[in-house]
Ligand binder design. Structure first.
Ligand code: MN
Length: 507
């Protein structure tokens, strides 16, 4: 078999990463995009871990028909029952059970003997099998597990009915030759290995997640677990786009295919970055802003003469928009809709109206509106949260010899208007203080980032902030040609999220 099953865990391992909290609508948007990307399996969450995860798995399972929908579960009966509860109406469901296997985990965390773990693994797979056929099992910390014992567990769970066995390098400790060797051991020593699909799940603590995954494929693994932009616990997971493009570009060496529609890669990467707030580093392979940008004169000369001189992949293969500039302030609604369609966005009339209004606002201030600007505008309009307070007016006075002063006016959803002013150590501080005087929701800011969406002095600035309240993190985003205004929008966005969650919890 020369096809690799792509298992995406952006919504589980990726979301688990600190601060990556996504709301239900955002998870569904990502799941829909993963389906268009052609992901075989979507790990949608961990139903027993929280009511939010339970609902997310259920909702994604109801909406997405083109991919297998997987729910993660501890190796305990209640968690498995709960996973099944979330998955029972799904067209193609999978339960993924994990249980520690390494000596380190057994003695310091689980307090169980090897025999007890072996029995539990077998029983839990058998329990899941009473509900559905598609059951995956992961011996956690497999790369630090005694290979002989690992073979025994794998054999036992396949015997109990596991259809996929996943070998995780949970702590990102393995190096390629070693990890490939481990896969080879399993393929050659486990007598019933041919009855299950062998999978790997690699972490990037040593920057080797993709290399380890490819090495495992070389020795017979046929499922890779990965995430968009490589997000995930700590240093993250193996990146989907890197694995897929390595297989495609070096088919001569690997001889393996995936079902991924690579033209959707760039859009998926942008969406995940936008919604999680995890910025993609410019030099990131495949999807970074500089991944296809040639700086050296010799390289530029070569690429102009013949792209193949310095380009191993055509940027269009991963769906990077080819034209960099199309629209300006004279562009009409039709051209706007057309360009969005070319970028892969099909908006409802209502979203289009709002996005077009924002576009006109930007185009008034900025001569050239690029594709990146458009994507930012669209992302902010279609992922808008319901607003408890709307930012109606913000005014700032600051400078080297003045005390930063902000005046804000907010409109509450019932139509009541509030205005206030505050001093701060800087303009952003002053705005936040003025807003706080009106909204009065205690919170602590944990992150503040300003990014320029495009080049040039008139670029749109995008502000990302995270605030924390009662141990929960809320992400807010705002974009504007004025970064102070963008900061105010981002803060309102985070506050509105916080308030909408609080309202659901305490109606
Ligand atoms: Mn993981």
């Amino acid at each position: 078999m020369d096809r690799v099953v792509v298992f995406d865990t952006t919504l589980r391992d990726g979301e688990q990463a600190a601060g990556g909290m996504l709301n239900m609508g955002e998870k569904l948007d990502i799941a829909r995009q993963l389906e268009s990307l052609g992901v075989d399996v979507i790990e949608a969450g961990f139903p027993a871990s929280s009511p939010g995860d339970f609902e997310a798995v259920k909702l994604i399972g109801r909406e997405i028909k083109g991919s297998v929908i997987c729910g993660l579960s501890h190796a305990n009966p209640k968690a498995i029952d709960r996973a099944w509860d979330a998955l029972k109406k799904v067209k193609n469901p999978r339960i993924h059970i994990f249980l520690s296997a390494s000596e380190i985990h057994l003695s310091y965390q689980l307090n169980k003997t090897r025999d007890e773990v072996l029995t539990l693994a077998r029983e839990m797979v058998a329990r899941a099998k009473t509900y559905l056929d598609d059951v995956e099992f992961s011996p956690m910390d497999a790369s630090r597990t005694d290979p002989e014992y690992l073979c025994k567990i794998v054999e036992a769970v396949i015997d109990a009915g596991a259809t996929t066995v996943n070998i995780p390098d949970t702590v990102g400790y393995s190096i390629p030759g070693e990890f490939g060797g481990l896969i080879n051991t399993l393929v050659t020593k486990v007598p019933n290995m041919d009855r299950a699909l062998l999978s790997v799940h690699c972490h990037d603590d040593l920057g080797l997640a993709v290399a380890n995954s490819l090495e495992a494929l070389k020795y017979g693994a046929r499922q890779v677990e990965c995430t968009i932009n490589g997000i995930g616990e700590r240093a993250g997971n193996a990146s989907l786009e890197e694995i897929v493009m390595a297989l495609k570009t070096r088919k001569d060496m690997m001889g393996l295919d995936t079902r991924i529609n690579t033209k959707q890669i760039y859009k998926t990467s942008r969406l995940v970055s936008e919604l999680t707030g995890f910025v993609v580093q410019p030099n990131k392979a495949i999807v970074g802003a500089n991944a296809f940008r040639h700086q050296s004169g010799i390289h530029q000369d070569g690429v102009i003469k013949r792209a193949i001189t310095y380009e191993i992949m055509d940027p269009r293969t991963v769906g990077i928009p080819s034209s960099s500039l199309v629209l300006g302030k004279l562009s009409g609604r039709h051209a706007f809709r057309q360009r969005l369609a070319e970028l892969g966005y099909a908006l409802s009339e209502e979203d289009l109206d709002r996005a077009f209004a924002s576009f006109k606002e930007v185009a008034d201030k900025k001569k050239e509106v690029t594709d990146r600007d458009l994507e930012t505008i669209v992302a902010h309009e279609i992922h808008a949260v319901s607003e408890t307070y709307h930012l109606n007016h913000v005014e700032i006075s600051c400078g080297n010899n003045s005390i930063p002063t902000a005046t804000v006016r907010l409109i509450r959803e019932d139509g009541q208007i509030f205005a206030d002013a505050a001093l701060g150590t800087g303009p952003v501080d002053a705005i936040y203080r003025a807003i706080n005087r009106i909204v009065e929701v205690p919170n602590r800011m944990t992150e503040f980032t300003v990014n320029s969406v495009t080049e040039g002095i008139d670029a749109v600035g995008e502000v990302l902030i995270r605030i924390e309240s009662d141990g929960v993190t809320y992400t807010g985003r705002g974009a504007d040609t004025d970064i102070i205004v963008a900061s105010a929008k981002a803060y309102m966005n985070a506050l509105n999220r916080l308030m909408s969650v609080e309202r659901k919890d305490h109606p």
